[in-house]
Design a protein around this ligand. Structure first.
Ligand SMILES: [Zn+2]
Length: 291
């Protein structure tokens, strides 16, 4: 049963720093002679590289799916209906995948999607990131904006510095031993992008676990990679928090800044926020009520 509520928005802002070269590919796959085979995605208005919100969100989701799947037993207390993913007792997306946590096939991989609204509501992954099932869609509670270069890095580019570099990668065909060089474009290490992630508080007894889960996904990403060629060293990123704000429904009614609660997160690392969660979010908690 679809029954949506609204208790405010948590806005998380900061910078994503590319600690190594970063390659988020564009759709173009036709190579020009002497050109770059694998360009990075760029904002069509400025020609500058950026991180699409969909790429960032997809990566956070996929890392968190794997995390949840490996903790199913431990999480059952918090999310009792997760047990429906044990074999033999599920509403399958299709017969073949009945009972599997990774139940939907996308291209060459498998992902997890709850089949209906009620299971999504009880699932740590789908209620945070959304689910498009057979019967109903569960709307994502998380919005991830496109992350554009910081003003400082844009200035660097205006001053004539290259923000991307071409890396030649030589693949060797294992059968013919023929070398197959390709040119990958990547954003230079050190580049910083402004990110914004918004979490909608739709259930008073969910927000705390949802937000912790979101932070966990961000922490997992820092020790994984964003974009392509991660196993070859690309795409290590770090989140640097500027602000976490809770905007109450009164704020949206009045526009009054006093109706925002500021979580003191500036300069903090994601694991630090998780560690100090109780203290940092105490004011939000007293506004929304603890779990
Ligand atoms: Zn789910």
């Amino acid at each position: 049963m679809m029954n949506r509520e609204f208790y405010g928005k948590l806005v998380i802002k900061g910078k994503i720093k590319a600690m190594t070269g970063l390659h988020i590919g564009s759709q173009r796959d036709i190579s020009e002679i002497g050109g770059i085979d694998n360009p990075v995605i760029k904002d069509p208005h400025t020609g500058l590289p950026y991180i699409p919100g969909s790429s960032l969100k997809g990566r956070l989701r996929s890392l968190f799916e794997i995390f949840v799947n490996s903790q199913l037993d431990g999480l059952k207390k918090q999310y009792p209906t997760l047990s429906k993913y044990s074999p033999g007792s599920c509403k399958p997306l299709n017969q073949e995948n009945c009972g599997k946590f990774f139940n939907k096939r996308i291209n060459r991989g498998w992902i997890h999607v709850c089949p209906d609204y009620d299971s999504a509501l009880a699932c740590p992954v789908c209620r945070l990131f959304g689910a498009s099932g057979n019967e109903t869609n569960f709307p994502s509670r998380v919005i991830v904006r496109d992350a554009f270069l910081t003003k400082e890095w844009e200035e660097t580019w205006r001053a004539g510095e290259d923000l991307t570099e071409a890396e030649i990668e030589v693949g060797i065909d294992r059968v013919t031993s023929q070398a197959n060089p390709r040119t990958n474009e990547r954003v230079v290490a050190g580049a910083e992008f402004e990110f914004e992630i918004i979490y909608n508080v739709e259930k008073l007894d969910h927000w705390e676990n949802d937000v912790k889960n979101l932070l966990t996904a961000m922490a997992l990403l820092e020790d994984s990679y964003l974009g392509g060629s991660g196993s070859r060293g690309y795409g290590k990123v770090k989140f640097k928090l500027d602000a976490i704000e809770f905007r109450t429904p009164e704020y949206y009614r009045t526009g009054n800044e006093e109706n925002k609660i500021i979580v003191e997160a500036e300069g903090k690392d994601i694991p630090d926020v998780l560690k100090d969660f109780e203290g940092l979010f105490s004011e939000v908690k007293s506004k929304l009520g603890a779990v």
